[in-house]
Design a protein around this ligand. Structure first.
Ligand SMILES: NC(=O)c1ccc[n+]([C@@H]2O[C@H](COP(=O)([O-])OP(=O)(O)OC[C@H]3O[C@@H](n4cnc5c(N)ncnc54)[C@H](O)[C@@H]3O)[C@@H](O)[C@H]2O)c1
Length: 335
């Protein structure tokens, strides 16, 4: 399978390296508007052709599939052109910069019978795969809350706010783990850079059954935090992605409540038990992304992070954006 890659900035080289490592994929050409990036590429991969014009790849008869690793505002025009040219597409997260554009891409991919997959890398990490198994096995019990924090200093983006940049990671993890959309979304944020692009964002989601989820994202933190707390009615999980190896901890911790009708009091019994650290795979997540993409093209399988999954992430981001612009009003999803 002949692959072309568009975008060789910060993330593109990681996808390219994993694509090259796949035995059934042959990356023949890379496009980047920036000549300096192409010069860097040539030093490592002299055999790969380069171009500054993405259309050279999109219109090439030799290319079967295209990776798009360019800034978010370019995802829709590039992916649209690639799908129209009959290519399969692996696009970086988020699928597109607006709900309308994301819906357009999903419809086009379905009409053209092409694979459109979004690189929601975290789904393919050993940690998230382990947590998924724990939840699906019933060990954690009914999920009551999901609370994710993703803070760092930078990288400030100029075309999207911090919610569109960082929250796709947490939202993809949430949607994958619980397998359903929230009912209500609200978000607030703040911009301190004078360009009205929020650099701090807080997003809350409510589910019909009482589950609550919260995602906090920031480009302005002195320390890097990537922590997700998942509370079930049997056990609780702490997922700390900054830990080098022991990323997932399962706490046999919880509580039971008794209501005393007469005294109208709530009695709470707390349980504190062992902490278990499950073994997690250390396989590079992008290897899994690339394998899922190639398999979907070759065998017609459904990728974990397919276009409709990516669309649901964008639906939440779109609702969050609308809430943000109205000072945090709750936005309800049409059922
Ligand atoms: N999956 C992840 O974990 C992850 C991590 C980081 C970034 N990303 C995503 O990757 C994408 C790229 O982010 P980045 O941080 O690498 O950005 P970047 O700015 O570092 O790199 C983007 C590159 O694309 C090139 N480019 C822009 N428009 C182009 C066009 N029309 N044709 C050809 N080249 C073009 C630029 O010259 C630049 O070299 C974004 O969508 C971002 O959300 C994903």
């Amino acid at each position: 399978m002949k692959i072309g890659v568009i975008g060789y900035g910060y993330w593109g080289p990681n996808v390219l390296r994993n694509m090259i490592a796949h035995t059934d994929a042959h990356v023949s050409v890379v496009a980047d508007q920036n000549m300096e990036r192409l010069a860097v590429l040539k030093k490592t991969y002299p055999a790969i052709q380069t171009t500054t014009d993405a259309l050279d790849i999109i219109n090439s008869k030799d290319i079967d599939a295209i990776v798009i690793a360019t800034p978010v505002h370019t995802h829709h025009p590039l992916a649209r052109a690639a799908l129209l040219a009959g290519k399969h597409v692996l696009v970086e997260k988020p699928l597109a910069g607006s709900l309308q554009d994301a819906e357009d891409l999903v419809a086009l991919a379905e009409e053209k019978h092409r694979v459109l997959m979004v690189d929601h890398t975290f789904l393919y990490t050993g940690a998230v795969q382990t947590i998924k198994k724990l939840i699906d096995s019933g060990e954690i019990g009914k999920i009551q809350s999901f609370n994710s924090t993703r803070f760092n200093l930078g990288l400030f983006q100029s075309d999207i706010n911090v919610l569109w940049d960082l929250a796709p990671h947490d939202l993809s993890i949430l949607l994958y783990l619980v397998g359903r959309m929230p009912t209500f979304v609200n978000a607030i944020g703040a911009s301190h850079t004078g360009n009205a692009i929020e650099n701090i964002g807080y997003l809350t989601m409510r589910y019909d059954d009482g589950m609550i989820a919260h995602v906090s994202v920031s480009w302005v933190s002195p320390v890097k935090i990537r922590q997700t707390l998942i509370t079930g009615d049997k056990k609780m999980i702490v997922y700390d992605d900054t830990e080098p190896t022991e990323k997932v901890r399962v706490y046999e911790t919880g509580y039971t409540v008794r209501n005393d009708e007469e005294k109208r009091r709530l009695y709470t019994d707390y349980r504190s038990g062992d902490i278990h650290i499950p073994k997690t795979s250390t396989k590079e997540a992008l290897q899994g992304v690339v394998e899922d993409f190639v398999r979907a093209i070759q065998k017609g399988t459904q990728p974990l992070s397919d276009a409709r999954f990516g669309l649901n992430v964008v639906r939440i981001l779109d609702a969050a954006e609308r809430s943000l612009k109205t000072g945090g009003a709750e936005v309800r999803f049409a059922s």
